[in-house]
Design a protein around this ligand. Structure first.
Ligand SMILES: Cc1ncc(C[n+]2csc(CCOP(=O)(O)OP(=O)(O)O)c2C)c(N)n1
Ligand code: SF4
Ligand SMILES: [Mg+2]
Length: 274
């Protein structure tokens, strides 16, 4: 991936914690948590990938110095419960409608770094047309989709991204294309729309993918700040509870099952004219 930033956007490298030296103090969670995340209680399950993905977003905002001009619009899913732990402005949208709410915000306040956070069920099942039309209109927002292949919050049901053979609450024997249809690849769908500035798919199942995903989110916000239209980052996240597997198995399950259909990588990157 090329390093490309809009002119005038300062990268604040000092907020990135060094990982090549041992920490001098005790390893408290708070010591390793970015300033934009409050480490107080939250309601997500142990082993859930969503807080890791959201941390990547907060890190990107901090690295680019966008905290004071950022505005989050959350959809409805497990990640919604984490929005109270973030030190950025947050709006709550109805199911599937976050890109439309974000459209209203960016049109009134075009200088802001407006972004949405939705699950695959919220974005792909409940409101797919919202993000597609926002992309086609070239709305200058960043859309993040946390893809765990299930409606996690409501018990682990099939979504549009559930992979063939994946067990869910209502596909106990595994998704069967003849009975349940084929999975949609949402990032690929959005990448072919004119008016889109940046599209990538990351994952949070291992340290390498987390680091790569952070770079993708930085690129997405940099593209938004350069005015390139809608940026989209899909992030594959673990949901051991909704996948009905032991927590420790979830990272490998993601690699072997979900990522086999939803491949990680950069799908579209428009060059800024600046
Ligand atoms: C109109 C409407 N549809 C569905 C629901 C139930 N509902 C709330 S959150 C949710 C699951 C969202 O799943 P996803 O977006 O994949 O997020 P996850 O929980 O997996 O992170 C559902 C089905 C609802 N409350 N109202
Ligand atoms: S049900 Fe899944 S997505 Fe929801 S908090 Fe638990 S592990 Fe995370
Ligand atoms: Mg989901």
């Amino acid at each position: 991936m090329t390093e490309r930033r809009p002119v005038g956007l300062e990268v604040r490298s000092e907020v990135v914690l060094p990982t090549n030296v041992a920490p001098e103090d005790a390893n408290l969670v708070a010591d390793f948590t970015p300033n934009l995340i409050d480490v107080g209680e939250h309601h997500l399950c142990p082993g859930c990938g969503e807080p890791i993905a959201i941390r990547a977003v907060m890190d990107a905002i901090a690295v680019l110095g966008l905290a004071d001009k950022s505005m989050a619009v959350f959809g409805i899913g497990c990640s919604t419960a984490f929005s109270n732990n973030l030190d950025v402005e947050v709006l709550q949208a109805l199911h599937g409608r976050a890109p439309s709410v974000a459209t209203g915000v960016i049109r009134m306040r075009p200088e802001l770094a407006v972004f949405t956070i939705q699950g695959d069920g919220d974005m792909g099942n409940e409101g797919l047309q919202e993000v597609l039309h926002a992309a086609a209109r070239g709305e200058n927002i960043v859309c993040i989709m946390l893809n765990n292949g299930v409606f996690g919050e409501t018990g682990g049901h099939l979504t549009v991204t559930t992979t063939i053979g994946q067990r869910t609450k209502n596909t106990i024997e595994g998704r069967d294309a003849d009975k349940h249809g084929h999975p949609m690849r949402i990032a690929e769908l959005i990448a072919q729309i004119d008016g889109v500035g940046y599209v990538a798919r990351g994952a949070v199942n291992d340290a390498g993918n987390v680091a790569r995903t952070k770079r993708m989110v930085v690129e997405a916000f940099a593209s938004q700040q350069a005015g390139n239209g809608l940026s989209f980052v899909e992030i594959l996240t673990m949901c051991p509870t909704g996948w009905f597997i032991p927590t420790e198995d979830a990272p490998d399950y993601l690699a072997e099952t979900i990522a086999g259909t939803h491949a990680v990588g950069v799908l579209r990157q428009e060059q800024s004219e600046q």
